[in-house]
Design a binder for this molecule. Structure first.
Ligand code: MSS
Length: 366
């Protein structure tokens, strides 16, 4: 086998043992590294960059970082120091790449073949976006989207709109969005969007704009390629187009993080089947576990602190496993009554895989 790829420089501080290095811009958390204590440590959190990460020099004077706020009555460019005077909120969210689970699509869509590890549950601190809007006189008339723009330097000689990381989410997302400068109790690392990130709780990873340099309230969606043609739920055999649904809100999902086949053969007896479950913008109501590949289900118990509707919950079910092979699956339900589906929704990009069947694991008891 080829030697494992080293961590890229901007993420060199991360725990190499906990991560799969797909490329210099895609790092995945190992399934066995998730643990059971809710928060994903920053050193184990996945990374996905659509463009090369900016120079670490942008962290030298964090408070001087500035963000342009447009589409409000009194548009202004604010520094991070100024933002810090406008309000403070802390929120735990599941940060999950819309392509998490792509590796389970038999159609082998292009893009990173993530299985479960392009996700984590992290705590952000920052200023509520609505407080910033209020400070700038409220929204201008006719706005329908919140559009965030990444602060990367764009490659030269190409149409900026073809590479710019700029995403629009429906205006209602403003109610929960924050401009965050802290993650898991530390100043936001460059790898995760420091000095400042637009965090849109409950929305797929791509909408959480790192090194955000502009937040605009706009009447229409961004013209950037990543918005118009990227990240669309394109039915099989179609070309991505702006009339197909964009990857916005996440939907109910769970998976088992232990026991796992890579942890070696199990001894006969009781195993604590555990994993994570989340409902996107709805709280998780419950999780069921199956040890027979989905023929029968038993209610698992939610464990650990409830960090709010955007965080994931850990679940556990003690099960007695005899000698042989067992297919372990989990299926979550949210408070709106949505039940995690058995099958993935087929789509060209391999997005939003919430299939409980794809996420099942097979373990052997010796
Ligand atoms: N932002 C920016 N600025 N840039 C880039 O590239 N990416 C996306 C987000 N944001 C980007 C941004 C994606 S795509 C994702 S997932 C996320 O981010 C990730 O994060 P982290 O922190 O983990 O790295 Mo898929 O849907």
């Amino acid at each position: 086998a080829a030697a494992p790829k080293p961590l890229p420089g901007y993420a060199g501080w991360k725990s190499a043992n906990a991560l799969i290095v797909h490329s210099g811009s895609t790092l995945e958390t190992r399934r066995a590294a998730f643990g059971t204590s809710v928060i994903t440590p920053s050193g184990q959190l996945y990374v996905r960059n659509n463009l090369p990460a900016p120079d670490a020099a942008i962290l030298e004077n964090r408070d001087a970082w500035s963000v342009a706020i447009e589409g409000v009555k009194s548009p202004r460019t604010l520094t991070l120091a100024e933002l810090k005077t406008l309000g403070l909120e802390t929120v735990a969210t599941v940060l999950q790449c819309s392509g998490n689970g792509r590796g389970f699509f038999p159609s082998k869509p292009s893009g990173t073949p993530w299985t479960v590890g392009a996700a984590g549950c992290v705590v952000w601190s920052g200023v509520p976006l609505r407080a910033v809007v209020a400070a700038l006189g409220g929204l201008a008339d006719g706005m329908a989207y919140v559009t965030g723009t990444g602060g990367e330097k764009l490659p030269e000689g190409v149409d900026p709109l073809s590479v710019l990381v700029e995403r629009s989410v429906p205006l209602k997302a403003m109610d929960d969005a924050i401009l965050a400068w802290e993650m898991n109790g530390e100043p936001l690392p460059l790898a995760h969007g420091g000095p400042l990130r637009l965090v849109v709780p409950g929305y797929q990873g791509v909408n959480n704009i790192k090194y955000v340099k502009r937040v605009a309230f706009t009447p229409a969606q961004s013209q950037a390629r990543i918005m118009q043609h990227g990240y669309r739920m394109s039915p099989p055999g179609t070309k991505a187009s702006p009339d197909q649904p964009s990857v916005w809100e996440m939907t109910v999902k769970s998976w088992i993080n232990g026991p796992l086949p890579e942890q070696g053969p199990l001894k006969a007896g009781v195993a604590q089947v555990h994993g994570v479950a989340f409902g996107g913008t709805h709280p998780v109501k419950g999780v069921e576990v199956s040890v027979d590949g989905g023929k029968t289900w038993q209610a698992a118990q939610l464990v650990g602190p409830d960090l709010g509707r955007f965080a994931w919950r850990q679940f556990v079910l003690p099960v007695r496993l005899g000698a042989g092979t067992h297919v372990l699956a989990s299926r979550a339900t949210d408070t709106a009554g949505n039940v995690q589906a058995e099958q993935r929704e087929e789509n060209v990009g391999g997005y939003n895989n919430t299939s409980w069947s794809d996420h099942a694991v097979t373990v052997t008891v010796a």
